[in-house]
Structure formats: C-alpha cells, structure tokens
Design a protein. Structure first.
Length: 129
C-alpha cells in the first residue's frame, strides 16, 4: 500500500503548473491551512473547508465547499450534490485568477455567516432553557 498523497501526484503530474498556480492563490490569504491526503489536497479557514483539488482523468478538479450556495451567482460551477460544486480545468490558460479570487472571497463570507448563524441558534437555545 502506497502512502503517496494527491498533493505529490498533482504537484508533479500533468496539471502541476495549474495546481501550483491555484495553490499559490489560495495560500495568499491569511490563516489558510492545507491538508494533504491520499485522495485530494484541501484548504480550510477557521470556519471550515474552502476547497479541495485533485486530478481526475484528463481534468483538474477544484471542488468548492460552499459550491451549492455559490452556484446561483456563479452558474459555471458544475455538479448537483447538496453542498459541493466544481470547476474543471484542462490547462493553466483556463484559470481566471480574478474569478477564482472572487469565488474564494465569497466562500470566506459564507463560512463566517454559517458560523454566526450557528452561534445565534445556540445562544437562542441557551436563553430558552
């Protein structure tokens, strides 16, 4: 059994330049943590998962943790699950840094809003008890 992470595969594979460019964008924001595991490389802030990246066949996939909520504003996001939506890339030339930063910044806001809603619910339940 191999202990190779998806990070190792993506940082050296067919989409290495794309992976590194997106990683640099994500890590340019403060307080982002990177988690490397066998299936994907994921990025989190203090409010939860922002995105996950991995090569899938002949496509590089960026899965957005708040994608379902973002899809109304960003209809180019693919997928139909309850939470995650995806951006698919086949080359570095397809990367629109401005758009990716905009989506990331919206993800930060959504994470904070979710956290605050949960806090308000807890406070409300505590007051009722």
């Amino acid at each position: 059994m191999s202990n190779i992470t998806q990070y190792e595969i993506d940082s050296k594979g067919e989409f290495a330049s794309l992976f590194k460019a997106i990683r640099k964008i994500i890590l340019s924001y403060p307080d982002i943590s990177e988690v490397k595991n066998a299936k994907q490389t994921s990025y989190h802030d203090s409010y939860g998962v922002l995105l996950m990246m991995r090569t899938k066949g002949n496509t590089f996939v960026v899965a957005l943790g708040k994608g379902a909520t973002l899809q109304a504003e960003y209809p180019m996001l693919l997928g139909s699950g309850k939470i995650v939506r995806h951006l698919h890339y086949r080359s570095l030339q397809e990367l629109d840094e401005r758009l990716l930063r905009e989506i990331l910044e919206e993800s930060f806001i959504l994470g904070m809003e979710d956290f605050e809603r949960k806090q308000l619910r807890r406070e409300s339940q505590t007051q009722k008890a």
